[in-house]
Design a protein. Structure first.
Length: 223
């Protein structure tokens, strides 16, 4: 946490809008499980570098990560975020307005999995960037849906894949950890993707991101 603080000051991470977002989330009683300020900036830089114009997020909470990601979008860009808790949505909507991003962000209310399946049925335009941060025990169900909503070059990021090392502790049978392990098994047999895992430590404890990039199409594939 001290190192997070040191670098926050060094790189001037202070951000009145995100501070207001956290204040309202706290005041409305939301759990303080949003990504850290450094992780939020990391997601923003990744989305910007990938030149994302369409972003999908599972798990809005108070829209902290949502706002970080939406800041990476160009004027015509769009972010869709899925959340099933109406109280979280109410706070998120207010925070999105505070950030002046209501024109770019749409919150879909409901269970993530049926909404994803509906999007696939509707032939929704694929996304450039997907942040998966809803219920961890369903990560292995979300992954195939995310792939169906992707295109060559799409980046899919899963949060909370380390959980203080629980992922690698064989005796740990927490359903959330099992969900991530099932995701990892699926990833290990999925062709056409490149995968990386980044462990993180700081004010949000010890955890990590899993990053999956859908490979570029090679010309022989289209022939
Ligand atoms: N991405 C946020 C944190 C999300 S916390 C941030 O970093 O700022 C996880 C959120 O997922 C919670 O708000 C929870 O209500 C929501 N959630 C959990 N299971 C869900 C499901 N099955 N469908 C939709 N939302 C879900
Ligand atoms: C927790 C942290 C998260 O980032 C999340 O998405 C869900 C839960 C936690 O610390 O409990
Ligand atoms: Mg998370």
């Amino acid at each position: 946490t001290a190192v997070d603080q040191y670098y926050s000051e060094l790189i001037n991470l202070s951000d009145p809008i995100l501070e207001e977002v956290l204040a309202l989330s706290h005041a409305t009683g939301l759990p303080e499980i949003q990504v850290s300020p450094h992780q939020g900036r990391f997601l923003e830089i990744l989305a910007k570098t990938s030149r994302a114009t369409r972003i999908l997020e599972l798990g809005t909470l108070g829209a902290y990560s949502t706002i970080c990601l939406a800041r990476a979008l160009p004027a015509s860009g769009k972010l869709i975020t899925i959340e099933f808790d109406p109280h979280h949505i109410q706070t998120a909507q207010q925070n999105i307005e505070t950030a002046g991003l209501a024109n770019k962000i749409e919150i879909l209310e409901g269970e993530a999995l049926p909404i994803l399946k509906q999007m696939i049925n509707d032939n929704t335009t694929p996304f450039d960037f997907i942040f998966v941060d809803a219920d961890k025990h369903n990560y292995h169900h979300y992954f195939p849906c995310c792939l169906s909503l992707s295109k060559p070059g799409t980046l899919i990021i899963f949060d909370n894949v380390v959980r203080q090392g629980d992922i690698a502790a064989p005796e740990n049978n927490d359903p959330n950890v099992i969900g991530v392990r099932k995701l990892n098994e699926l990833i290990s047999i999925t062709p056409g993707i490149s995968t990386s895992m980044l462990q993180t430590v700081g004010c949000k404890g010890y955890d990590g991101f899993l990053m999956v990039r859908v490979d570029d199409t090679v010309s022989s594939d289209v022939a």
